[in-house]
Ligand binder design. Structure first.
Ligand code: NAD
Length: 355
């Protein structure tokens, strides 16, 4: 298989973690006989420095012409005082919008060697492997009207939660397709006992499920889901939910696992998906070979699975991560006494060796 990947290292540790991930991708190419071509592109602070804008047209063109996008992270203190439209983070919004990425996929997977890093009891989190599919471009965050005005002599703030059938249908479809590559279970989370948007959401999810008879669909109210994630997270496989609920639940689910340096993500929707670690550019450790590259390497595993349909290759990466951790190799963020502390490059090389 031959695929073109636009690679946007970005700023700070973005550069370092992406270098580690590409090393891993290259060994996968060699072992499974694929060709990955890389187009390096600028976004964020590095783009501002080189071109004066956070998301150059050339970067967008590269992304649209490629089969997938890998992003490190953007941002840093150098650009913090820039006006809003010249902040590095604008590049992220621009990429999501231009590539039509309406589905944000955040796995929360416990690596057994790191089970003690969770704030929850071992027996509750051991074996947790959840994916939260969050609708990313609709709902309360984008609904109109929104704003402030004076009513009855005092100021009010207001937002509109709104979803169309087609918006719900496409995100439900994404969730069912993802579940097909996993345990074939989807839990749709809403607040249908109170909200009309949720009632429509539930109706459309049920309707969409008719095309996915192999998937077991359940429904849960969001307040109950937030409790169940802590009480018994192992009951979940794929959770699908709207923007605001997903924003909160994906952070809650991710934190079952411990460190931000381990959290991968994918944004799907348009023709080209984007894969990136959840963390930012970590200016406090940038350039010191201290960053954990596993979130980015796990994002590559997601790319292979979801964009290229290469499940065996994806599993090879996941298994190698698991092995490296179980042999006691750690970066600083997940280091505990008795384990072996390695730098960004060294832990990426270990993962390559295990593959
Ligand atoms: P951050 O995620 O960069 O860092 C938070 C803390 O976690 C820091 O102590 C950092 O050292 C640590 N950390 C993060 N990733 C790590 C890794 N891979 N290995 C080890 N430790 C890691 O968040 P922040 O400090 O709030 O933001 C820094 C910059 O990143 C800001 O400019 C922010 O806007 C930007 N940011 C970008 C993205 C993105 O590109 N998607 C996301 C979040 C923040």
């Amino acid at each position: 298989m031959k695929k073109t990947i636009t690679v946007i290292p970005g700023d700070g540790i973005g550069q370092e973690v992406v270098a580690g991930a590409l090393q891993v991708l290259e060994v996968i190419a060699k072992k499974f006989i694929h060709t990955f071509e890389y187009k390096k592109a600028l976004a964020g602070g590095s783009a501002l420095d080189a071109t004066g804008i956070p998301l150059p047209e050339e970067t967008l063109t590269y992304c649209k012409q490629s089969d997938a996008v890998l992003l490190g992270a953007v941002g840093g203190p150098k650009w913090d005082s820039n006006p809003q439209h010249l902040k590095p983070e604008r590049a992220l919004l621009g990429l999501r919008k231009e590539l039509g990425l309406y589905a944000n996929i955040r796995p929360a997977k416990i690596y057994s060697a790191l089970v003690d890093a969770s704030a929850l009891k071992k027996e509750v989190v051991n074996g947790v492997d959840i994916i939260v599919v969050r609708e990313l471009t609709g709902g309360l965050y984008f609904g109109k009207p929104s704003g402030f005005e004076k009513r009855n002599g005092e100021e009010v703030g207001f937002n509109t939660m709104i979803y169309s059938e087609s918006e719900v249908r496409r995100i439900a479809k994404s969730a069912f397709e993802i579940a097909r590559k996993r345990k074939k279970k989807v839990c749709s989370v809403d607040k249908a006992n109170v909200l009309e948007t949720s009632q429509l959401w539930r109706r459309v999810v049920i309707e969409t499920a008719k095309d996915f008879s192999d998937i077991e669909l359940s429904h849960m109210y969001v307040d109950n889901c937030s409790m169940q994630l802590i009480r018994n997270p192992k009951q979940f496989d794929v959770i699908v939910t709207e923007n605001l609920f997903g924003d909160i639940l994906s952070d809650e689910a991710a934190m079952l696992t411990g460190s931000i340096g381990m959290l991968a993500s994918a944004s799907l929707g348009g023709n080209v998906a984007m894969y990136e670690p959840v963390h930012g550019s970590a200016p406090d450790i940038a350039g010191q070979n201290k960053a954990n590259p596993i979130a980015t390497i796990a994002s590559i595993a997601m790319m292979l699975k979801y964009s290229f349909n290469l499940s065996a290759e994806s599993d090879a990466i996941e298994n190698a991560i698991e092995k490296v951790l179980s042999k006691g190799f750690r970066t600083g963020d997940i280091y505990t006494e008795g384990t072996t502390l390695l730098g960004t490059k060294e832990i990426a090389t270990k993962i390559v060796e295990f593959i």
